[in-house]
Design a protein around this ligand. Structure first.
Ligand SMILES: [Zn+2]
Length: 402
């Protein structure tokens, strides 16, 4: 139910509420009765929310019919969703009724309920996108941190950002259904558990973590619908990374490192890269090296980018290449040059040339892609298994409630 007056931005989990959430796991062990119960409950919850999304305001009887849940089960699920602020009693069906009898309450999704959170942790800032129960984006924002700050500090900045966005947009966090976070590629091993732990502790739910550029690519691919089922996304920013959609699915590779275009060597005698090799694409196309770039500099960058993309195109035969990140935004002449370079390096190959296009999702692409992963209904995510950090891995969550 919507509470007027001061907005509570910290989720006020009761000990009961939190311990329930704590048990809820998308990968609950099947021999664990409590885990199974929680999983069943969560599945039911999703059915009720999905029915409300599709039908709009509905009575309990209508919901029971469309979810095929028993009245008793439905009433337990609905009571909990109301208590947690996901669902509100919107109205009664009195105006549509002819006969006598008590008018039935109509239930609806609460537009103020933040249900899905997507985070994008870059080298210098974290961005967040928040979606409500109907999957629409209700808020997005960003906060900066020092490039040298640790992952715990970055995660704390992100959590504070979420609370302040909640206050600003009058959102409440009692019924969160999904959280995902993208982190920069090379720091993955150290970043993932720390970020997941902090977010799981703050929001009381499992957290999906993956490469932030892969999530940006997911957003760009989603934006273009099903027209392109084989696509390469190249991100030119402080770091250089990429993502691929192969056969209509977001591609991760054996160890989830697919798409590391930034560390393909283009000049064996080039500058030392932070990965330890010399002359990686990233050392050449970094924004730092491009400040005050001349047309000749841009030609050189485009040639190297074109070579790497051309090689990838020969291997993958994509129908689309999308270029995103800060570098092409700050150097508008770069995209056309890359297009020419890709054409040159794929010349003579059989098959159609890929279209080269600028990214369309803007600086929130990574956060929006995370959000898509948190909602987890995109066909691009069929068979996708980003690392899911279960709340059960973080016993401090349980302890916090006493
Ligand atoms: Zn490198």
């Amino acid at each position: 139910m919507k509470v007027e007056g001061p907005v509570v931005v910290r989720p006020k989990f009761s000990a009961r509420g939190l311990s329930e959430k704590f048990l809820v796991s998308s990968v609950a062990p099947m021999n664990d009765d409590i885990g199974v119960l929680a999983l069943t409950r969560r599945t039911h919850e999703k059915r009720v929310l999905a029915a409300l999304r599709v039908r709009g305001a509905s009575s309990r009887a209508q919901l029971a019919e469309s979810t095929r849940l028993s009245r008793t089960t439905l009433s337990v699920i609905v009571a909990d969703l109301i208590a947690r602020g996901a669902v509100v009693v919107a109205d009664t069906d009195a105006s549509q009724r002819r006969g006598s009898g008590r008018p039935a309450a109509l239930l609806a999704l609460d537009p103020g309920s933040a249900q899905f959170l997507g985070f994008d942790f870059g080298h210098r800032r974290v961005a967040i996108a928040i979606a409500g129960a109907s999957h629409e984006v209700v808020a997005q924002g960003e906060a900066e941190y020092d490039e040298r700050s640790g992952w715990r500090e970055r995660a704390e900045t992100a959590v504070d950002l979420a609370w302040s966005m909640g206050a600003e947009h009058r959102l409440h966090f009692g019924a969160i259904q999904g959280v995902a976070a993208g982190v920069t590629g090379r720091s993955r091993d150290t970043a993932e558990p720390v970020v997941a732990g902090e977010l799981a502790a703050a929001f009381g739910i499992d957290v999906i973590v993956d490469n932030n550029v892969r999530f940006a690519g997911l957003a760009e691919a989603s934006e273009r619908g099903s027209r392109f089922s084989n696509a390469i996304y190249l991100h030119l920013s402080d770091g250089v990374g990429g993502a691929m959609v192969v056969g209509g699915r977001l591609y991760q590779g054996a160890d989830r490192f697919a798409g590391e275009f930034g560390h393909v060597v283009v000049d064996p005698d080039g500058a030392l890269c932070r990965c330890g090799k010399r002359g990686c694409l990233e050392t050449i196309s970094r924004i730092g090296a491009l400040e005050g770039a001349s047309p000749a500099d841009l030609d050189e960058v485009a040639r190297d980018v074109g070579r790497v993309l051309g090689a990838a195109a020969m291997v993958l035969n994509p129908d689309l290449i999308v270029i995103g990140g800060r570098v092409p935004t700050e150097h508008p002449g770069l995209l056309a040059r890359i297009e020419v370079a890709v054409e040159e390096s794929t010349a003579g190959s059989a098959g159609s040339r890929p279209e080269v296009r600028a990214a369309v999702c803007g600086p929130f692409a990574g956060a929006l892609g995370s959000l898509i992963a948190a909602i987890h209904e995109s066909p691009l995510l069929a068979g996708y298994d980003g690392t899911v950090f279960e709340t059960a891995q973080y016993p401090s969550i349980g302890k916090a409630t006493g």
